[in-house]
Design a protein around this ligand. Sequence first.
Ligand code: ARG
Length: 564
Amino acid sequence: MLVKALLSERIEAAFARLGLDGQALVQNAARPEFGDYQANGVMAAAKRAGRNPREVAAEVLDALDLDGVASNVEIAGPGFLNITVDPTFLADASAGAVDPSLPRQTVVVDYSAPNLAKEMHVGHLRSTIIGDCLVRVLEAQGHHVIRQNHVGDWGTQFGMLLTYLDETGDDSDDLADLENFYRAAKQRFDADDDFKTRSREAVVGLQGGDPDAFATWQRFIDISMSHCQDIYDRLGVTLKTEHIYGESAYNDALPGIISQLDEAGLLEESEGAQCVFLDEFKSKKGDVLPVIVQKSDGGYLYTTTDLAAIQYRTGKLKADRVVIFTDARQTLHFKQVFAVAERAGFIANDAHLEHMPFGAMLGPDGKPFKTREGGVVKLAELLEEAQERATALVKEKNPEIDATLAAELGGRIGIGAIKYADLSKNRTSDYVFDWEQMISFDGNTAPYLQYAYTRIQSVFTRGEVDVAALPDHAIAVDEAERKLAVAIAGFNDTLVAVAAEGQPHLLCGYLFDLAQTFSHFYEACPILASEGEVRTRRLVLARQAGDTLQEGLGLLGIEVVARM
Ligand code: ARG
């Protein structure tokens, strides 16, 4: 159930009846004596109407229909509404799983999207993890999600690589070798104009369907993708081979993009290149900037492919919404692509296009995250280190533990820690990658939440409780019980915000708060030492808290553990 959304809707209906304009702004109550929730929106609505906020609050209270939802509503301070929800309503709200009542959308989520022929490095970690959280949340809400891994599998870099191998006779099926060849090819490309021309021609050959070149290219793609798949599997990311829909998938559509732009009267030639000029994109000096869609040599660009992707996703796939995760440096690129697509009528289905940028991953020195030698950090090595560190920690806490079990727990804890550290930060800010912090049991970390979960489970084990036989509902009575029930009931409201904003840190913050609320409840309300109805309702609340933690962590792509 969407509790805050429901309260807001009812309050805003009362506003409408009174001819007021504004949002209800419902939040969890700042203090328990204020009830369970508070609505802060009356003051702004009254101000807009030029009226006394307390008087307006009294009218809202009269006009408000919260039958079956609230047991008490009071006016406080300058015009806050303090709401105590009905105990039965609260019991229903905290017993519910994910709310399926939202309108179902088709959503394309474009995430991860590494550039192939290179090992995956930390630059694609954030896109992979954040994107995977969003698809999980959307799917839990019942949306039809289409994952698209828009891998960089085309373009000059492949021409370079093919030309280099052709001319040196080198070959390998090992990604590390390919990466070295690529580096050498790039050096030649930058230094040698003839090589540059031959590389460009190789791309044209590839495009024209030269079977040998195509077979070699396909082999590189396969080697590279199988490496990515290993990383996805180790990370517990839901991307599979069938989700790959890379740049090369749009090759055949690119000439049509240019001709359609031409028909729409948007195409202009500038220095031999085909461009679209839109007034809203100006340089600092005030000149209108070109959006280049075809180079003077006839080659297409990243932008052209993204225009084709918009047509495909909103037309063929009938997406209502397209969400793309890349680092913030591509913000201008997507603004331009979306604006050109809009102007050219490429957006079908009235779809919403959303670029969701993220900040950089920084090292402890506050500079972009690099190896000690200044190289890019390979993801495979990072995940290895996470598992090692967490396994050591598990062994330190449980000296008697069996080595296999320690490694298994270490994997879940280490990977969970890396993911959580990333997901718990506001997506748009840069964040500092810090091993000590992420693997700590204190604070807003994955190990803290995984530990909170094991603590709840240990209540059931110690009490020899048959969890499946507990009732679904529990009516919270004591203050700490109510607070816990309200916290549990907030799950669906949180998911709505995560889905809309693509901000997993809202879910992390929610779960952290839930775990802390459970701790207070656990201290204030003895569970196993109580009896009868009291014991049962506390056990039910504990089970609901545990289920919500597990489900919430699951939506972040993090597994719970049975012990730590
Ligand atoms: N391969 C690109 C990169 O590494 C990301 C692609 C994102 N998706 C897109 N439709 N452009 O930066």
